[in-house]
Design a protein around this ligand. Sequence first.
Ligand code: 3PG
Ligand code: MG
Length: 397
Amino acid sequence: MSTFQSYSFKGKRAIVRVDFNVPMDKTTGLVADDKRIRAALPTLQHILHQGGSIVLLSHFGRPKNGPEQIFSLAQIQHRLSEVLGSEVLFADDCISEEAFRLSSALQPGQVLLLENVRFYKEETAGDLAFAEKLSKHGDCYVNDAFGAAHRAHASTTQLAGFFQNDKMAGLLMNAEIENAKKVLKGAERPFTAIVGGAKVSDKVLIVENLLQIADHIIIGGGMAYTFFKAKGGQIGASLCELERLETCKEILERAEKMGVQIHLPKDAVIADRFAADATTQVVPSEQIPDGWMGLDIGPKASEEFRSVLLSSKTILWNGPMGVFEMTAFEQGTKNMAHAVAEATKNGAFSLIGGGDSAAAVQQFNLSTDVSYVSTGGGALLEYFEGKILPGVAALEA
Ligand code: 3PG
Ligand code: MG
């Protein structure tokens, strides 16, 4: 197997699978957050500096029926070229004759961006013939799309098979795996995982897996209320997954048996409706009046969680504590972000993953005060669920 660092890209055309599935600003039509583009830069620069050329492959959104303007990667061409500091060519179809004409004419130092691979249903189907066509774009295959590594799609898995001796993980992919491994396989203790977000059902597998390795699990966000309900609390109109009550009970029981401390938020900021200007008050999380809903953790919870974090050596954070997109309900998530930053300053290793937690840390200007912010959402989650990521496995096969 080749490694990115030892491979010679001189005179080669490298097919680089990236995850440029970036959020767009709907009003301006511009890239709203270019983190994923900037994160791929070291890989791209390395290839170009060695005298290689690059054919970029990515998905963008979830188009269902072929080409659609709102899913066109043409929308990111300009920002990509700004980040790269050089011109980026664009092919408006990833396997058209024109696309192959452009890729075969690439000169060392040039970059070609191909249109959204998901405009072909063969991509998500993991179609081998489609992957073979894509393989004709270059001499080697670099996968730097950690964010899509949990998808067994043609460009993330099958394509690797056409480059038996010339396939490798890019620098971003390697960094992501290394940081995730540090937490999953070699966490210094105490290890605290913060799990948040709206739904228990999205996080059951990760919580179950974390029970094997964490010392503390902090649970916040909408999912916490299903736990309170399971414990017999009054949760008013808060989010609740009735079909998950048993799961919550089991998790609490297993945690106790395994000596893992689960921390639920003692108090909650509740609102009389789901709105930025709702009437709010702070109450114990298991005593929420009818008609009111918990939209953030309260100050007592923040204080308790902070002290757990400050005594931790390893921290994993996936999912916000409340509706941080609204100022009235951002404080809990903000407090957590500051506590994670403080713990990091004191020497803890902190890994932030999942689109929402990464966005929160960015919103509070703390991205550089934590150890690593992953570009992966679902991919990181699946990694911590203990699953094999097909995109990574295909490089090792
Ligand atoms: C993401 O943003 O989570 C990745 O780019 C994967 O996208 P997908 O969930 O549409 O496969
Ligand atoms: Mg996703």
